[in-house]
Each structure stands twice: as C-alpha cells, then as structure tokens.
Design a protein around this ligand. Structure first.
Ligand code: LLP
Length: 443
C-alpha cells in the first residue's frame, strides 16, 4: 500500500487531497507584489506515514532475519537533508551517514546520537574531520592522504578516532548493472582504498595510538536491484576482515555494506526488470553470511525516502513540434527542481492530480529552463491530455529531488510540505528573489 492514491478521481497524499494543499498554499502565499511569483507550485509534498512504513519494513526484515540489535540503519542524509524528515528518521532510532561538515552538523542538530553518525567522503577537509572527532562521530578512511589527515587531527585533539576503512574491491562494470554515474566500487572509481593499497594504509593506521579501526566499509553503488551484489560485497568484506583478524586486529566490530538499494520507479508499467522486490531479500542476503560476532551497518537513502515524496507541478501550456512528432507539455517545474531525468535519464512516473475523461496521447513533459535537456519525462503515454492549469504529480522524488535542486535560471527552489493524515505543514519555505540575492549583496 502507498500513501498516494486516487479517491473519486482526486489524488491524495494520506488523507489530504493534493489539489487542496496546493490551493490553500496558494491562498496563503502572502506575496503582495503583483509582479512577483505567487504560485504554490512547483511543490514537494512528503508523506510522514510512508516514511515510517519504509523504516518499519527495514526493521521487520532485520528482525525476521534474526539480526535485531546487530544490524543498524544509518540513513544516508544526502538523499534528503530536510531537517524535519531527518528528525523523523532519528526518532526511529536510526543513525546517519553524512558526506560533508554541514550534513554532520544537521545530523547533530536533529538529535542523532553522535556514536551513530558516520562521516564519509573522499575529500574530507580538516575542519570536517575535526567536527566529527570533537563530537565523537565515526569516520571512514577513504585513502592514504585521508588517513594521514585523520591521524593528524586526532593527535591535535588527543582523541581516539573510531574509523572504518572504505574498501574499493574493484568490481567490473558488468557486475553492477546500474548507470555508470551510480557505480562507486569499480576499478576506476574515485572512492575507497583499492585492494593493492590496503596493506599500506593499514600499516599507517595500525602504528597510530589515536586510531581505532572499528570496521570495514564498502558502498557499491546506487539503484541496485539485485540481492547477489550485496552477498558478493559481504563476502569480500568478510574475507578482508578474516585476514585482519589473523594480523591481530581485535576491534573489527562493524561491516558497513553501504546503501544503494533501488526502488520500483515504474509503478507496474512492466518496464521494471528487477528480481529484488523487497528490503527483506537484501537483509536476508547479508544476514545468511554473517558470523555471530559481526555487527552490520546499512546506509539506505533512496529506499527510505524516494517513495515518500511527489513533486506537484502546474501545466503552463502545450505545443507540437513542426512535424507533429512531439507533443510538448510545458510545466512550471524544471530540471533545477528535479535533475534526475536529465542527468541519469531516470524514469519518474507522472500522474494527473485530477483525473478527467479525455483522449490518450504521448507527451514530453518539459520545464521552462533554456536547455533542451530540461525534461521531466520523455515520450510518455498519458491517459489524458494535460491542459493549462492542470496539476501533475511526479512520483518518487523524495530521494535526490530537492537534495539536488539548484537555482539555475535564477529560479527559486520550491517549498516542501509534510503531510500527516489530514493535516500538513510547510517544512521548507519557498525561496524568493531576496533569498537568491542575499549572498551577493553587501551587508
Ligand atoms: N552510502 C554511500 C557511501 C553513498 O555514496 C550513498 C549514495 C548511499 C549510502 C545511499 O545510497 P542510496 O541508498 O540512496 O542509493 N544522485 C543519485 C544517487 C547518488 C547516490 C550517491 N551515493 C540519484 O539521483 O540517483
């Protein structure tokens, strides 16, 4: 079941009709300049219940695999750093994996337990390492120079750094069938320590008083839909762990298998080819291989938040290409709001917010940005012809939607709304001209 559904041809988020949220928001937009933007769209809407369900399905899977207390969910903040959503995740006793100093601050500010915050990244700066260490967070070691930097900060602070070593197992592209930008553990990836450099980094760390290696980390990529990839990674990490134990490493408590579990973006349109249908299969694949003394960290981002959110956009008009080959529907959302279709050729399902009886057709749904690459959906069969003023919902934008939004074309980033049953609240205000120029003007 999902939080988004139709009732009497109206599209709902939980118990709230989406067009009603848009309507009310439009009325209260409180802008008194006639020439300024009063529209409520584009608008991100999230379901609190869906977020809870997603976390619960991980917890259920962990429990039924007999891994309770031994498998920890660390939310990958990059997928959606809205503080309100982060706080909801934290209240479910999850940890957080962060990739910048500010993500780390956001995790601390929203109450994540410092011991359950991990600072990851292949280019950590000294202030970021310091921030993590001062607060007692864990860090990933991504390279030789990263190890040197962490050591130097730990010495300065006279504080023991708990680190996980990020391994790059050097997989072949063919073994991770995802978009090349979304693969992170290939031979030529910029992430992690390649196996042939592993001993060198280890030697550096082992000689250091203020370093405690508490585990191994590997993140193979994103949008993964095959459980065997996680079994492979678990085996690789277990092998390395075994080797380290024979070398006398005693504190290797954690295996961090990374995140990356994909979701079904296709909503039953038959384009989905994946055999991996549930978090259960992923957890099972890992759990079945684990010796009893190992604890596991998983770092889901997308699979926790993607299907919690929709992007609501308004149709501005439509036009046809000269040869009639294309029907363009121009909407008020654009690649600056959602870059995934342009950047990864990603598919996002599109649905009308109010169903009407009208003719079927094939459309490109495009935004107002001055780039031909500004599209949200291409050659899409829609059951009705979108007309001016219609609202459309772009599905599954809870992960890497707002998180990757920009101000290109001086567009203000959209507002975010959180729905809980039949009530809703704004969890991020929309930007405006003032907020865009603030950093360019003298105080
Ligand atoms: N852990 C690490 C070390 C990561 O690099 C990532 C994502 C995750 C966890 C979470 O992966 P997830 O469960 O969300 O797949 N912008 C792209 C996705 C980039 C993912 C980068 N790393 C997109 O829109 O699909």
């Amino acid at each position: 079941s999902t939080a988004f559904y139709y009732l009497n041809d109206n599209f709902y988020c939980e118990n709230s009709p989406v067009h009603q949220i848009e309507n009310e928001l439009e009325k209260t937009s409180g802008c008194d300049d006639d020439d300024d933007d009063r529209s409520a769209t584009p608008l991100y809407i999230y379901s609190q219940a869906q977020l809870h369900r997603n976390i619960q399905s991980y917890k259920d899977a962990i429990q039924s695999a007999g891994m309770s207390g031994r498998m920890h969910i660390f939310y990958a903040v990059k997928a959606n750093p809205n503080l309100h959503l982060m706080e909801l995740v934290r209240k479910q006793n999850c940890g957080a994996v962060t990739v910048s100093g500010y993500e780390l601050k956001a995790a601390l500010n929203t109450g994540f337990v410092p011991e359950m915050i991990l600072l990851n990244g292949n280019g950590k700066q000294m202030w970021e390492i310091r921030l993590a260490l001062k607060n007692g967070c864990m860090l990933n070691v991504d390279s030789y120079f990263d190890a040197e930097n962490i050591i130097s900060v730990a010495r300065q602070l006279q504080k023991t750094a708990r680190v996980l070593i990020r391994v790059n197992p050097g997989l072949e592209q063919s073994s991770t069938p995802v978009h090349s930008y979304l693969s992170t553990a290939l031979k030529n990836s910029k992430f992690g320590i390649p196996l042939h450099q592993f001993d060198q980094v280890l030697e550096l760390l082992r000689a250091e008083h203020f370093i405690q290696v508490v585990g191994l980390h590997c993140h193979v990529g994103s949008t993964i839909r095959d459980a065997f990839i996680y079994s492979d990674v678990t085996r690789i990490l277990l092998d390395i762990r075994q080797k380290l134990i024979t070398q006398g490493y005693a504190h290797l408590k954690y295996l961090d298998i990374g995140g990356g579990l994909g979701i079904d973006y296709y909503h039953g349109t038959n384009q989905e080819q994946s055999p991996l249908s549930s978090t259960g299969e992923l957890i099972q694949a890992i759990a079945s291989l684990l010796p009893p003394d190992v604890e596991v960290i998983i770092e889901p981002g997308r699979s926790l938040v993607a299907n919690t959110g929709i992007l609501v956009t308004k149709v501005l008009g439509s036009k046809k290409s000269p040869d009639g080959g294309k029907n363009f529907v121009v909407v008020d959302a654009a690649m600056n709001d959602l870059i995934r279709p342009s950047f990864y050729q990603a598919y996002h399902h599109v649905l009308p917010v109010r169903k009407s009886i009208s003719s079927e057709g094939t459309y490109d749904i495009v935004g107002p940005i001055c780039e031909s690459g500004d599209f949200l959906a291409v050659d899409r069969r829609l059951a009705q012809e979108p007309v001016k003023g219609d609202l459309m919902a772009i599905m599954d934008i809870g992960a890497y939607g707002m998180a990757m939004a920009s101000n290109y074309n001086m567009r203000a980033r959209a507002a975010e709304v959180l729905v809980d049953g039949n009530s809703w609240k704004i969890i991020r205000r929309r930007e405006n001209f003032e907020s865009l120029v603030r950093t360019m003007t003298a105080d």
